[in-house]
Ligand binder design. Structure first.
Ligand code: SF4
Length: 327
């Protein structure tokens, strides 16, 4: 169902004469590594699968020249803010489906002005969705986002700038995609109602209850961290997650509150890599979804930057803000 564009990728390898190609796969595609490797090897190149975890274009393997002439990164779109490298090919693995049937059935539930959003696998359905919404007499908006966003209407798990750009013009958003990860970014990043339509199953739903459950957990972590005296601030070495200036800014605030602030540079952030540090709480300036979605895995509070401001008494809980990474 997801188009891996194996023939186009093999042509790209052959036409550029690459002899060694690194292939980076998100976790969900790693089980197809042998099939992908076989198909790309047919272009005459040695294929090396990059085995380290991969969650987004934010952690594309920029050191690929150490092992190969080129890199094929699957499952995400290029992040324009990281620059264009002609020897890197992003294969977005788009879903091969239509939204016409499901959307025609439920378009009557939408309000008059609708912002249309999608995750990368479903981004190609946005023009079709816009046409269906507008033919029903409604207005549809799909706007460009910031420099981390490649397509109008695209949402990353940490970036819903495409939604923010049209938020004042719409009554609600329609998100095309599956799972909770990307719709939750849109739900946290905008105050407007969000309808999530799965183009494959045709199910239309809300993520409000999941959002509320996460917010309750965040409140618990912030409450515990408000008693903390020693904070470790996490900076990420991945280019698309590096926010050193944010780390310095929150360190100043922690010290200004009379508490200790330390900094650590990490590549992977998980319970094992944090286990060594004897502090009371962590502030994560890397992927904000680690703190928000995976808090149950950590034995100590892991906060986003705005959450740390609440714990320090510098921001009200009512002013809770999604920690979007912006460029
Ligand atoms: S920082 Fe996190 S949410 Fe943002 S693109 Fe990377 S993995 Fe996705």
């Amino acid at each position: 169902m997801f188009d891996l564009e194996l023939e186009r990728t093999a042509r790209w390898i052959r036409s550029n004469g690459y002899s060694r190609v690194a292939v980076q796969l998100p976790e969900g595609l790693k089980l197809r590594a042998p099939e992908i490797s076989d198909a790309l090897s047919s272009a005459g190149a040695e294929v090396i699968i990059v085995g380290r975890p991969c969650y987004g274009a934010c952690d594309y393997y920029s050191d690929y020249k150490k092992i190969a002439d080129a890199l094929v990164h699957y499952g995400h779109s290029a992040m324009p803010s990281l620059g264009i490298d002609p020897d890197v090919l992003f294969v977005e693995a788009r879903a091969d489906c239509s939204v016409a049937g499901p959307l025609t059935r439920c378009v009557g539930m939408l309000p008059r002005n609708v912002g249309v959003l999608a995750s990368i696998q479903y981004i190609g359905l946005i023009p079709e969705a816009v046409a269906i919404i507008e033919s029903s007499g409604r207005k549809a908006f799909a706007s460009a986002g910031d420099k981390r966003i490649l397509y109008p209407g695209q949402v990353l798990g940490c970036d819903c700038s495409a939604a923010e750009a049209v938020s004042d013009s719409v009554d609600a958003f329609l998100f095309l995609g599956e799972g909770d990860f990307h719709p939750l970014a849109a739900a946290f990043g905008t105050e407007k109602e969000l309808f999530v339509l799965n183009p494959v199953t045709g199910e239309m739903r809300s993520v409000e209850s999941i959002k509320d459950r996460i917010l309750r957990r965040r409140f618990a972590s912030i409450t515990i961290a408000s008693e903390a005296e020693k904070f470790m601030i996490i900076i990420c070495s991945k280019a698309g997650q590096n926010r050193s200036s944010e780390a310095e800014r929150i360190a100043d605030k922690i010290r200004g509150a009379g508490k200790k602030a330390y900094m650590v540079l990490l590549d992977e952030i998980n319970p094992d890599t944090l286990a060594h540090y004897r502090v009371d709480a962590f502030v994560n300036t890397a992927c904000p979804r680690i703190a928000m979605d995976e808090s149950a895995r950590f034995s100590k509070p892991v906060l986003t930057v705005p959450e740390a401001e609440i714990a320090l008494g510098l921001r009200a809980w009512e002013d809770y803000r999604f920690d979007a990474i912006r460029e």
